[in-house]
Design a protein around this ligand. Structure first.
Ligand SMILES: Cc1cc2nc3c(=O)[nH]c(=O)nc-3n(C[C@H](O)[C@H](O)[C@H](O)COP(=O)(O)OP(=O)(O)OC[C@H]3O[C@@H](n4cnc5c(N)ncnc54)[C@H](O)[C@@H]3O)c2cc1C
Length: 393
């Protein structure tokens, strides 16, 4: 039974974290509004698939209603393995693992997002510009001049979080321990092509799941079979390199075709000058510029030594997901931790009595969340380093 809760919660960002949190809070009876800078649910490609393990699956099982949970399996990607292989650029494997007990479930990002959006009041085209904390409420101000009042504001606005960046100017010396999200100096360029029987033949290691091909000069390529939002089978590739010059044209992305062409040419050129297997070169060469996605800049997080929570004195503003703890992608832990943050915060708020003591609830949330996040960031950085060393020996 939902209880009637009068408090209004403002969520900034309709990504995995913001939407998962909204599901949990709505289930608990809160009045929730999500504000998203994208113009519409389809204005930006949502990437390919995401591997969710027991941590994330458990979180989803408590955040979603039983009816939505029943429909969750329909968001799985079909016809792909959940194993992992690491190989060199000549397609010679170093090792292969099947995922065993903590098997990852491969979800299509677009389907998962659409399920998590159901029943949520999402205000599109609302880019947060700043916010105020008036002690008994928060006011979010958007770039279009509009604003919204709430009792709690949660920054679920990703690694480049503006909520996090605004904290020092809004609270000045009254701030607690704030994480610092930093650039890892790596970029990932990705593209996709139709999955045909020919590609299944040319990429035999991919039959059991994701493959990471480690190349020279700490370049690597991740390839997985997946599906597009319309469920057509696809081969997805992502090429990763250290950023040498931040002003280089391929790191700038404006959604235009010229920009995609530049990125594709850059990847082709990098591979041409190195001993990559012909099938891997063919994959990139056969990809059309239209199928190139926006580059990802890999981030990680530095946590302060002191543990002074809640981060803000009133406890009326907090962070969730990549906004609080962006991490390298090598272990696939980021999204799992995002979902666990949403489960934890929803559970703490659902268990609180009215009038809610925000400071107390948010302090408990941040203490637990940051302990877990620190471990996940360390493991992810360790995995990134491991792959670098594996290739250089
Ligand atoms: C290549 C790659 C592969 C990955 N694979 C996995 C995996 O297999 N398993 C896993 O667990 N994790 C994986 N991750 C990590 C996972 O995708 C992220 O941790 C997760 O998506 C972060 O969710 P989030 O909601 O915190 O942020 P996001 O998904 O980045 O959402 C933030 C949202 O906030 C919006 N926003 C930003 N600024 C504003 C503003 N000012 N106003 C309003 N809205 C704003 C954005 O438009 C966006 O919609 C992967 C990441 C990458 C890059």
């Amino acid at each position: 039974m939902k209880r009637k809760i009068n408090e209004k919660i403002l969520i900034i960002g309709a990504g995995l974290g913001g939407l998962a949190l909204a599901q949990g809070l709505i289930r608990a009876g809160f009045n929730v509004t999500v504000f998203e800078r994208d113009e519409s649910p389809t204005s930006r490609a949502q990437g390919y698939r995401i591997s969710i393990r027991s941590l994330g699956m458990h979180a989803l099982s408590t955040l979603l209603t039983p009816e939505k949970l029943d429909r969750l399996p329909a968001a799985k990607v079909k016809g792909v393995g959940d194993g992992f292989t690491c190989a060199n650029e000549k397609m010679e494997p170093f090792f292969s693992v099947s995922q065993g007990q903590d098997a990852a479930v491969q979800f299509l990002r677009s389907e998962l997002r659409s399920l998590l959006s159901e029943g949520v009041n999402i205000q599109w085209n609302k880019r947060l510009a700043t916010f105020e904390d008036k002690d008994d409420r928060v006011i979010a101000h958007f770039e279009d001049g509009s604003y919204a009042y709430g009792d709690l504001l949660i920054g679920c606005d990703g690694g480049g979080s503006i909520v996090r960046e605004l904290l020092p100017s809004v609270y000045r010396s009254r701030l607690g321990s704030i994480p610092k999200v930093i650039d890892s100096n790596r970029a990932i360029f990705g593209g996709q092509i139709d999955r045909t029987p020919e590609w299944d033949e040319l990429l035999p290691l991919n039959k059991t799941g994701l493959v990471r091909f480690l190349g020279p000069h700490s370049h690597y390529m991740g390839i997985c079979f997946s599906e597009r939002a319309d469920r057509s089978p696809t081969v997805f590739w992502a090429f990763s390199e250290e950023i040498k010059d931040r002003t280089a044209p391929w790191y700038q992305f404006d959604q235009g075709l010229e920009c995609r062409k530049r990125i594709l040419d850059h990847c082709k050129q990098l591979m041409e000058n190195e001993p990559w297997h012909e099938n891997l070169k063919k994959l990139v060469n056969d990809t059309s510029a239209e199928a190139i996605m926006a580059p990802w800049l890999v981030r990680t997080t530095r946590f302060p030594d002191s543990e002074h929570f809640p981060m803000v004195p009133t406890g009326r503003v907090t962070l969730l997901g990549d906004a609080a703890h962006a991490m390298p992608t090598e272990k696939g832990l980021g999204g799992n931790n995002v979902l666990e943050d949403a489960r934890l915060l929803s559970a703490l708020l659902a268990a609180s009595q009215e009038p809610i003591n925000w400071r107390e609830v948010i302090e408990s949330y941040e203490r637990e969340m940051f302990v877990r996040a620190k471990i996940a960031v360390k493991e992810s950085e360790g995995a990134a380093e491991y792959f670098q060393n594996l290739r250089s020996h």
